[in-house]
Design a protein around this ligand. Structure first.
Ligand code: 6GU
Length: 249
């Protein structure tokens, strides 16, 4: 079973997301153990102080070393694996599906969600932590980012998804966006399901879906499309020049 420790000033924020759907089931099935710790409980002074003014001056407050180190040392004593320490910060490396896959292979993760302007740099240094960001926008704290990491990682663990779901079929698993999906009714407010999906011709349907994936990726995510093309060309699966023409837009 994977263990994920979450160190935060707001453990209650995690309760609902961890208690529904895939995450709830994964915890019930002992696929993952998620342990929430409140950094404030490890404050070393009488006022439970966890942040202080930045040396050198400037706006905002900085997360202090002593409570964070004490909290990490406390959770580390609870299980044998030291665990990879990850700080959620906007300065981190962008989270990608490749990084998620890598994290899903670890026996233990220690996620630290910060508030305020950021962490004292010695937290990163002294805990040999890596920093992860979930995208180029600003959140009020690392908690929502930690939840994103947990959700993306846990759904990849063996047994976490139901029989119908398959991580292998997700967007990004082959570097392309997903094709469009349809379910009943066949006609809704004049909008018809594409005829080919009703044809029963599984070969044609697979081909249509691949074309749709390629077209969508080319239109919406030219960065992903270029990377996919380059990969295919490196693997020698398609000739050096075409495909762009093959997908009409
Ligand atoms: Cl990990 N933290 C904060 N505060 N903002 C973010 C982020 C993380 N990732 C993107 N924006």
């Amino acid at each position: 079973m994977m263990r994920i420790d979450v160190l935060t000033l707001f453990p209650e924020m995690f309760e609902s997301p961890l208690s529904h759907s895939i995450l709830k089931r994964a915890r019930q099935r002992d696929i993952v153990q998620i342990v929430l710790s409140n950094i404030r409980q490890f404050a070393t002074d009488a006022y439970r102080k966890v942040d202080d003014k930045p040396y050198g001056g400037g706006a905002g407050m900085v997360m202090m070393c002593p409570p964070v180190f004490a909290c990490v040392e406390h959770v580390r004593a609870e299980a044998p694996e030291p665990g990879r320490v990850i700080l959620l910060t906007p300065q981190g490396a962008p989270l990608t599906q490749a990084k998620v896959v890598e994290l899903s292979r670890e026996p233990r993760l220690i996620l630290i969600a910060g508030r305020y302007e950021g962490f004292d740099e010695r937290i990163r240094e002294g805990l040999d932590a890596e920093e992860i960001s979930i995208g180029d926008y600003v959140l009020s704290g690392g908690e929502l980012a930690a939840m994103v990491v947990i959700d993306a990682v846990v759904r990849l663990l063996d047994g976490a998804l139901g029989d119908e779901d398959s991580a292998a079929q997700d967007s990004f698993s082959d570097g392309l966006l997903e094709y469009p999906h349809y379910t009943r009714p066949e006609v809704f407010r004049g909008m018809r399901v594409p005829e080919i999906l009703l044809s029963g011709d599984h070969g044609k349907i697979a081909q249509w879906r691949m074309e749709q994936s390629l077209r969508r990726t080319q239109q919406r995510r030219p960065d992903l499309y270029a990377a996919w093309l380059a990969r295919r060309q490196a693997e020698n699966k398609i000739p050096q020049n075409d495909k762009k023409q093959e997908i009409e837009t």
